[in-house]
Design a protein around this ligand. Structure first.
Ligand code: PSU
Ligand code: MN
Length: 309
């Protein structure tokens, strides 16, 4: 991939077979307010290091696809208003126009796979939106075709979670519950929807990821981790905020790529910071789990090098 620019640290870590964990950047530019966004971006990197991993935050800067960012670059993403939300289809546009782009789950997973990074940590994936015209995030088809393990807290209840889980099943994406037998709803731990399997340890998750890779399956493995119980949001308060956000978006005619950031901001405003606390908590928790899984994957691979599929 000629247009891929790895930081020295990430390049070296990959060469040495260390446990690299990719991180997205839309959550920094569009998902959280300043300065929480910058603090959280730094914390996630720190947590990955504490668990023996090497963080690789992914973004497009001056038209270059970058894997592994400096402190100043994280700050730029956290403060600049000129950073474009960049999903997979936006990558060629931002690169050709020498722009700055913050990568979504779809774009980050795509770049991580190009770079040879096996594990990617995020907050929540995009999914099927509620009500016509059933806007479907590119995160879903990209997960169907991109071989990377994605650690997330499920998907937000602003979406149609049942349709989202169904889409993952149709697309052949295994959904692994990390110490849970329910698909988590991001701000809350439960949705009433099933996962394919519940695992208790990073090693068990890594074994499933490894088995899928050995078979040469083309898609992602989704590892879903509920928000830590202490930071879970009260369900009723959240439901009211979501209803208000959906009504407001519809009244203002907000659609397309503006939809998710608008809904997230409105829920944060309506819940007076409680949603922010949950969001930061699950991002940090996912980073820790992802690093543990990445380390376990390296250990399995070192013990038994992969056979070609
Ligand atoms: N869900 C969140 N926080 C986020 C996003 C989703 O809880 O910041 C971001 C992610 O980058 C995700 C993107 O990939 O929104 C999905 O946007 P869309 O629905 O436009 O595909
Ligand atoms: Mn969309």
């Amino acid at each position: 991939m000629g247009t891929l620019h790895l930081s020295d640290q990430v390049r070296q870590a990959l060469q040495e077979g260390r446990a690299v964990v990719a991180l997205e950047s839309t959550v920094i530019s569009h998902g959280l307010p300043y300065p929480t966004n910058l603090e959280t971006a730094r914390r996630m990197e720190e947590i990955i290091r504490q668990h023996g991993g090497i963080p690789a935050t992914i973004a497009v800067l001056d038209g270059k696809i970058r894997v592994g960012l400096t402190e100043a670059e994280l700050e730029h993403l956290a403060t600049s208003k000129a950073v474009r939300k960049t999903s997979r289809r936006d990558l060629p546009v931002v690169v050709a126009q020498y722009g700055d782009g913050a990568t979504t789950v779809a774009a980050t997973a795509t770049v991580a796979a190009w770079a040879g990074i096996d594990v990617f940590s995020t907050g929540g994936i995009g999914g099927v939106h509620r009500d016509p015209p059933y806007d479907i995030s590119n995160d879903l088809p990209t997960l169907a075709s991109t071989p990377v393990a994605v650690v997330c807290a499920g998907a937000k209840a602003i979406l149609d979670l049942r349709a989202t889980v169904e889409w993952l099943e149709t697309a052949g994406v295994p959904v692994i519950g990390y110490d849970t037998d329910e698909f988590p709803a991001f701000y809350t731990r439960e949705s009433g929807l099933p996962v394919d399997v519940c695992v208790q340890t990073a090693l068990d998750a890594a074994s499933i990821i490894r088995a899928g890779r050995e078979m040469g399956l083309p898609g992602a493995t989704l590892i879903v981790v509920p928000v830590p119980a202490a930071d879970e949001m009260p369900a009723k308060k959240l439901q009211m905020a979501i209803n208000s956000a959906l009504a407001e978006a519809s009244a203002r005619g907000i659609e397309g790529s503006a939809s998710t950031p608008f809904l997230l901001r409105w829920v944060a405003k309506e819940t007076g910071g409680a949603s922010l606390k949950a969001n930061v908590s699950l991002l940090e928790n996912n980073a820790a789990v992802a690093a543990q899984i990445a380390v376990a994957l390296r250990e399995i691979s070192a013990a038994a090098p992969a056979k070609p599929a």
